[in-house]
Design a protein around this ligand. Structure first.
Ligand code: ATP
Ligand code: MG
Length: 737
């Protein structure tokens, strides 16, 4: 940093503050410094207005005791130190006051603490509204709380970034009756990362439930489901990582099953485990080239696993064989059977595994909802746990989807913060029309506006049989190369860039088309529909097919619109996100920004760059940007006077009334009317005016310093002079004697 860019730290930054809005300096550096000082003292929560910033402590802190629940329950927002309980309590009081739906949007990158925060909020809501002696509501509460271990077992996995990483986003609604009793709940899940099921990278595991099952099942269960140990399964042994620190898989198996019992899964539990076993065994079916035929056609290497899978899934062995090694299509009533290559056969095996697992997960969520959802139309508090913005060395369709979701959330966040900003201006009777608000609508439109938004081009291309990722990229380029939010690479490459609110992200087009196709081949669908295991056939039942998406849609019209669009993931992604934003926008929102302090998952360690980049991505700076579009500095009249009265030459303003004193100071410094407004209790200023005042103050101070110095010098000189004079006169007296 060059010297001329360096500025002395404001006095307000020397001590840490509970609410960063009170920092007189609001920029990345001061935010970081404040969070850092607090984190050192285990103060992981900090406010920025009513946004809660939470820094993952990576150790257990005594922050969530029942005594603290009681304390926060009885306190108004801001009365006690920042805490996630205060946010949860505020949602309850707002619900009580207005009857309006509330929502808490929790965001942050992988491992930042979103899921833990979600659980803390659910626990707070349950404990704070607990009424003694009502066994019924307790059951619903227990069921809602027990949904978490089930969702985590089936939806979370160990990744390099988080040992318990959620591979799906979720919105959880807790429904309350008028007397604040929890009456029900509903879970909406957002896009799901199926890729993990077929492939893991080093140090990563597949979904927890597979390891729980293999560690916790009894010998007879294992024999029944043809299960051995994780090392034996292709879907589990690719990364050579089988254990998660501090996770007892056998114990978790028990916890998951108990939770499923509370949620009345009953006999389904065993069938679900059987489906999991079939997925594992399916992954072990291998293919080789049919050498006898001297062709490229695939055949199954050995029937061992084919037999097992056919039995577990209740389907005919030969039908399974032909569905995995050939493709059957029907054109104008005629059936065509095309043999598959080994690579294609592997793809169809993996597609079936993904479909089985994905549909089973959706079914579990739907089943939980059916059990805990209240039929009444009740007000709710919703908690959204969603992936944060991502920018890796290589970004693909997953990052594109996540970042698009975040772009929309950012829009929602901006608008909300902007609204709060307006409210403060209204309260202070400040004319706010002068604020210009720059939003990210154009970027969102480029991605999702009909008919030419990127995701519509993607869908269109997915329907062309001859399309490839390359032709898709050409379409993107030709449509958007001149768009201000699009970056066409200068050199030939298979990438495109988007200027997101958090920075430019370069996406690699490879795999976009394939990942966008969410459909299972018709012949595989048909095979599964014929299963003698009722749950399996119902998973592939066409009338149930879209429950996944329908779950997020409330009205019937939208429902049919969603059904039509649901055959590829990007358009359903759009509907989903659209719906979610719609739901959110009808709620009173609260925001929690989770920050990951280091990549090592260690306590007491803060990686400055990592934190700074999250502050940037999380939109904290956006809050500042919106504030700086208006009046960045707002100082109480009293503080303003004591700081700047020095700038006045003519008179002493201390005797004037507050408002007059402020007016005198502003007049004296010739402040331009565009640079400030006076509210009821505060002066609102633009940075230009603050700079001017500060430099005047400094000049005055240096004049004063000179004056003080000269007075002191005079005093000292005079003192010396008098002293000498006394000495001289004494000497003269001596001489005379
Ligand atoms: N408040 C907390 N107190 C103690 N430890 C925490 C807290 N929040 C998070 N952690 C630790 O950090 C880990 C990761 O947190 P969590 O699973 O909530 O992250 P996440 O943001 O949901 O990540 P992902 O996006 O990968 O799902 C937890 O398993 C836990 O060890
Ligand atoms: Mg999570």
């Amino acid at each position: 940093v060059k010297n001329d860019k360096l500025r002395a730290m404001s006095n307000s930054s020397i001590e840490d503050v509970d609410d960063m809005i009170t920092l007189q300096e609001l920029h990345e550096g001061s935010l970081f410094h404040n969070l850092y000082m607090r984190y050192e003292k285990d103060l992981i929560y900090t406010y920025t207005g009513n946004i809660l910033v939470s820094v993952n402590p990576y150790k257990s802190l005594p922050l969530y005791t029942i005594d603290l629940v009681r304390e926060y329950k009885g306190a108004a927002f801001g009365e006690l130190p920042p805490h996630i309980f205060a946010i949860a309590n505020e949602t309850l009081s707002c619900l009580r006051k207005t009857g309006e739906n509330q929502c808490v949007v929790i965001s942050g990158e992988s491992g930042a603490g979103k899921t833990e925060s979600t659980k803390v909020i659910l626990h707070y809501l349950a404990s704070a509204t607990q009424k003694t002696g009502e066994s019924d509501s307790n059951l619903v509460q227990d069921q809602i709380l027990d949904a978490s271990p089930i969702l985590e077992a089936f939806g979370n996995a160990k990744t390099v970034r988080n040992d318990n990483s959620s591979r799906f986003g979720k919105f959880m609604e807790i429904q309350f009756s008028f007397d604040e009793t929890i009456k029900g709940g509903e879970i909406y899940k957002l896009h799901y990362m199926f890729i993990i099921i077929i492939k893991q990278s080093p140090n990563e595991r597949n979904y927890h439930i597979f390891y729980h099952l293999l560690a916790g099942a009894t010998d007879s269960e294992k024999a029944k489901w043809y299960l051995t140990q994780p090392e034996d399964y292709h879907y589990l042994n690719q990364s050579d990582c089988y254990k998660v620190q501090d996770m007892d898989d056998a114990q978790c198996y028990k916890i998951t099953k108990d939770a499923m019992k509370t949620l009345k899964f009953g006999e389904k539990i065993d069938v679900i485990m059987q489906i999991l076993a079939s997925v594992l065994n399916l992954g072990n079916i291998n293919f080789v080239v049919n050498e006898e035929e001297e062709s490229e056609n695939a055949i199954i290497k050995s029937d061992e696993y084919l037999n097992i899978v056919a039995e577990l899934l209740g389907i005919d062995k030969e039908n399974l064989r032909s569905s995995l090694t050939t493709r059957t299509t029907v054109t104008r009533g005629e059936k065509f059977v095309t043999p598959l290559t080994v690579e294609q056969a592997v793809d169809s095996r993996d597609a079936l595994a993904k479909a089985l697992y994905g549909r089973m997960f959706s079914h579990i969520v739907k089943y939980i909802n059916d059990t805990v959802k209240s039929d009444e139309n009740l007000s709710f508090i919703g908690v959204l746990d969603i992936f944060g913005f991502e920018d890796f060395d290589v970004n693909s369709f997953e990052q594109f989807s996540i970042n698009y979701a975040n772009e929309r959330l950012q829009y929602f966040f901006n608008h909300h913060i902007f609204k709060l900003e307006q409210e403060e201006y209204d309260r202070e009777e400040i004319n706010w029309k002068t604020i210009e608000f720059v939003d990210n609508q154009a970027c969102i439109d480029m991605i999702s506006k009909k008919p030419l938004g990127l995701i519509f081009l993607l869908d269109e291309e997915s329907n062309f049989p001859k399309a490839t990722d390359k032709t898709l990229l050409e379409k993107f380029h030709s449509q958007y190369s001149k768009h201000p939010f699009y970056v066409k690479p200068k050199t030939l490459s298979s990438t495109f860039g988007i200027k997101h609110y958090a920075g430019v992200v370069t996406y690699t087009i490879d795999g976009f088309l394939e990942k966008n196709k969410d459909t299972l081949r018709a012949d595989l669908m048909e095979l599964m529909q014929g299963s003698s295991v009722e749950l399996v056939s119902s998973l592939f039942d066409l009338s149930e097919e879209f429950t996944d998406y329908v779950g997020t849609v409330k009205g019937n019209d939208l429902l049919s619109a969603t059904k039509k669009m649901a055959n590829s993931s990007s358009s359903s992604l759009n509907t989903l996100k659209g719906e979610l934003i719609l739901t959110l926008s009808q709620c009173n929102p609260f925001f929690i920004r989770c920050i990951k302090p280091n990549k090592e998952k260690k306590p007491k360690l803060v990686d400055r760059e990592l934190v700074m980049s999250q502050l940037r991505y999380s939109g904290m700076l956006e809050t500042i940007r919106i504030r700086s579009a208006g009046y960045t500095i707002r100082i109480l009249y009293n503080d303003f006077i004591s700081r700047y009265k020095i700038c006045v030459n003519s008179s002493d303003v201390s005797f004037l009334k507050e408002k007059e004193a402020v007016a005198t100071i502003l007049k004296e410094v010739n402040a331009s009317k565009e640079h400030y407004q006076c509210g009821k209790t505060k002066v609102f200023m633009k940075t230009e005016l603050e700079n001017k005042l500060e430099s005047l103050r400094e000049k005055k101070l240096s004049i004063f310093i000179c004056k003080i110095q000269s007075v002191i010098r005079m005093f000292l000189t005079r003192k010396r002079y008098i002293h000498r004079k006394v000495l001289i006169s004494k000497l003269e007296e001596c001489k005379l004697q």
